[in-house]
Design a protein around this ligand. Structure first.
Ligand code: XIL
Length: 386
């Protein structure tokens, strides 16, 4: 299944720096100016109005970046992707470790890397119930809504302001709805999100203001709601759809809806993803697949997945990409890191793994090939979506 890949990386990275990314106009023609290396790069095959990204942990992978001597990982990241998302570097615990302390060091390294590699940056995330620093968790026990608002406003204005002009899409609010299986069912996380909890009397007013503060700090960034289990039309996305309407009616600068795309072969695939994207697009929003990975349950004693699992994984990645390609409002498709050695999956989902699109030696898995083929079919260099 493997084909030479690493030898192409350096050439592709170099080509990405000197070639305009879109030089071809005829759909389905062989791009005359593109070498084999370019044809092996997701970013060069994507429609011009679709960013193809990956999560990256700047603190672990980019602090030592030297444009003249990139690591192999850094070469692949630059050659393949036109967008990067900080997997952890812009979360509260990383960027705001103490009440009066902001630490932009690793996020700045990520932004500098992205600039050097002609990539866009997706900001992630400003309001979430997880990965908050201890000081937030402790202080929030006694917060009034005004206290919570003051802390959140300072954070959003400071962080979004720091990166003003550098970020094309911000996940302002992440995972703010519970799931059907949580106590109380699908409703805003006024139990676990410390900010929504303090403002539980009117959480939507807080959300509207959070988006407003972000917009004032960087008017060019498109501001997203983002969640898991938000691919298909379901109870959770119904709640998001209502919330989006309510926020827009209140004048919130809400600009996008993101489906994370964390899938597992333990479950089926909800083919209503495209219909879900279409209904949010009809509200005037952009949509995006923001954190795609497809976990595979690995049998005990087996070293890898079965051929059937490998094929199904490729189908799932491709199905998510197809839904995005088919909806012109889908502005970015991001995978949640690569290769498997860097993936969050093994640490968090025992018994599951092999979730990313590249092998640990950076050779492409069938999921990568399927995505590359779909991007190439959709457009050799120029988007037919416009
Ligand atoms: C994950 C990261 O990948 C891990 O490194 C970290 O330990 C926990 O968070 N949904 C999100 C992401 O919005 O921020 C999460 O990222 C994965 C689930």
């Amino acid at each position: 299944m493997r084909r030479p890949f690493r030898s192409l990386i350096v050439a592709a990275a170099a080509a990405a720096l000197v070639l305009p990314l879109c030089t071809v106009t005829a759909a389905n023609a062989t791009p005359p100016g593109l070498s084999d290396a370019d044809r092996s790069a997701l970013r060069n095959q994507a429609p011009i109005d679709l960013a193809v990204g990956s999560a990256v942990w700047g603190r672990q992978q980019l602090m030592d970046y030297d444009p003249g001597a990139p690591t192999e990982y850094q070469q692949v990241l630059g050659a393949q992707f036109s967008s990067v998302t900080p997997e952890n570097d812009m979360k509260w615990d990383a960027i705001h470790p103490a009440p009066d302390v902001y630490d932009f060091s690793s996020a700045d390294a990520l932004v500098a890397y992205a600039r050097a590699n002609h990539q866009q940056v997706r900001g992630h995330t400003l309001l979430w119930h997880s990965q908050n620093p201890a000081w937030v968790t402790e202080a929030s026990a006694t917060w009034t809504c005004d206290d919570a608002r003051a802390v959140l406003e300072d954070h959003i204005r400071t962080v979004v302001g720091h990166f003003k002009g550098e970020i094309y899409e911000w996940d302002v609010a992440n995972e703010i709805f519970q799931d059907t299986w949580d106590a109380g069912g699908v409703r805003l996380r006024t139990d676990r999100n410390p900010f929504l909890k303090a403002c539980a009397d009117d959480p939507v007013a807080l959300l509207v203001d959070a988006f407003r503060w972000a917009h004032e700090a960087d008017p060019d960034a498109v501001l997203f709601l983002n969640d898991y289990n938000a691919e298909g039309v379901n109870a959770k996305t119904d709640a998001y759809y209502s919330l989006a309407q309510e926020m827009l009616a209140a004048g919130a600068p809400l600009g996008g809806f993101g489906a994370q795309g964390h899938l597992s072969l333990l479950y089926g695939f909800d083919t209503s993803l495209q219909a879900n994207f279409e209904r949010f697009a009809a509200l005037g929003l952009q949509v995006a697949v923001t954190e795609a990975d497809v976990r595979i349950p690995l049998l005990e004693g087996e070293t890898g997945p079965t051929p059937r699992q490998v094929a199904t994984q490729a189908e799932r990645y491709d199905a998510m990409l197809q839904a995005c390609l088919n909806v012109t409002a889908c502005s970015s498709f991001t995978v949640w890191g690569f290769p498997d050695a860097n993936s969050w999956v093994p640490g968090v989902f025992p018994g599951e793994g092999w979730a990313t699109i590249l092998e640990d030696d950076y050779s492409p898995k069938p999921a990568f090939d399927a995505m590359l083929a779909s991007l190439r079919d959709a457009t050799p260099g120029v988007s037919p979506r416009r």
